[in-house]
Design a protein around this ligand. Structure first.
Ligand SMILES: [Zn+2]
Length: 119
């Protein structure tokens, strides 16, 4: 097994945030994910690191949390991307509500630390 990407002590501390559950879905976590990807200026500070399961980390990729939520809504049957939804709204088109996607950390009332999770 390869050494943890962020070091053992940091990995254990991040995993403690959720008791080893995925920040996004609540399944057992196996990796550490940056909430804000390095491509968007995210750091390796504790406030930006969360436990994640491999499927959520892969699905999220480097997109921001609300983009990830929109991506999951598409998986749940929603037909429009965030850009398409905004465009249709600008035409005053009324759309049915998108399927609600609530992340594990929201259901549990968890917060990243020390900084709030960037949108
Ligand atoms: Zn997950």
């Amino acid at each position: 097994m390869p050494p943890p990407k962020f070091g053992l002590a940091k990995t254990e501390k991040v995993m403690e945030m959720t008791g080893g559950r995925c920040w996004y879905c609540g399944d057992p976590a196996g990796v550490i994910d940056r909430v804000l990807a390095t491509t968007h200026g995210g750091s390796d500070n504790y406030g930006n690191l969360v436990p994640a399961c491999a499927p959520c980390a892969a699905r999220k990729g480097d997109c921001k949390i609300e983009e990830f939520r929109a991506r999951l809504a598409l998986r749940n049957g929603w037909r429009f991307t965030a850009a398409q939804t905004a465009y249709l709204a600008s035409l005053n088109m009324t759309l049915p509500p998108a399927p609600a996607v609530t992340f594990f950390f929201e259901r549990e009332g968890l917060r990243s630390r020390p900084a709030p999770v960037p949108g």
